[in-house]
Design a protein around this ligand. Sequence first.
Ligand code: SAM
Ligand code: DTB
Ligand code: SF4
Length: 330
Amino acid sequence: MTEIRTNWTKEEIAVIYHSPLLDLVYRAATIHRENKDYSEVQISSLLSIKTGGCPEDCSYCPQAARYHTDLEVQALMSVEQVTDAAKNAKNAGASRLCMGAAWREVRDNRDFDKVIEMVSSVNALDMEVCCTLGMLTESQAQRLADAGLYAYNHNLDTSEEDYKRIITTRTYDDRLNTIDNVRKAKLTVCSGGIIGLGESVEDRISMLKTLSTMSKHPESVPVNALVPVKGTPLADQPRVSVWEMVRMIATARIIMPKTVVRLSAGRTEMSMTDQAFCFMAGANSIFAGDKLLTTPNPSFNEDMQMFELLGLKPREAFKNGRPSKESVAV
Ligand code: SAM
Ligand code: DTB
Ligand code: SF4
């Protein structure tokens, strides 16, 4: 078994990232096969439970109130609506539902009480429940855990050095602090980033270093390609090439061998061959369903055809135990 290291240096990560592409993919694929059932892919379904009107200034995000995007703002959904959506996602083959809210942070109010009910009700369907609600205190993380939450998503998005260029309304330390609070509540951590924001390769390596030197690696690392949205400051960013996605995924796989690496936003622009390369490089999770939070995603049917063609199979829920057990793996 591959050793799990939390002392990676930027230099070591850079050597891996810049190695000849096919060597990189071969090494990542080898590690993937040693550590995981490489044909199993976790399917998460995303649901935007509260859309738009966010006070933050994340320059990639269509949901920030200050940018003029064509987004329809929607108040918090009802518990019934969320439960119905979760049943549909489960029937379509998703083992995890990730509920996203366009909030800066969670507040201890009636809306949070409602989210707690949503978590219990989706958990009762035997699905892994994930939330991404912005910043959290330790006691809020604990309340979510008590309600049956499995994972909390909180992305670093880019490097610490590059953060202020992308977001000014919060700091990198705010982000790391929430991730700590999530860990203290014994939830699993889902944290990754976006490529194509105009960052340098050094920024990508720096973000990978932050993730891979956490005292425990995140159980999932989403790798998003920027979906440029009209009205946001990053609307005119060129799309990243698939080879950059492959390099990010393969490097993440090599330095965090047990982590679920999610090929996240940006799949509508990728061919099946492109995606096959990402799976070869160690990606073992996707977001499935026609929509991410607010932007399009390939349909379930297309994805199932791709799985069939590539010989991949959806991973069942709670394969590594429930969070109430002491040692939850990924
Ligand atoms: N408001 C919460 C927060 O920021 O943590 C949760 C929702 S937020 C939309 C979740 C993540 O979506 C962001 O951290 C970012 O990584 C990703 N995201 C948002 N807009 C994106 C875009 N246009 N392209 C790719 N990823 C995006
Ligand atoms: C993650 O890393 N990517 C997802 C999820 N975590 C919450 C969100 C992608 C959002 C893409 C833009 C949108 O659809 O609004
Ligand atoms: Fe708000 Fe999250 Fe979008 Fe930032 S990424 S504007 S915090 S919804």
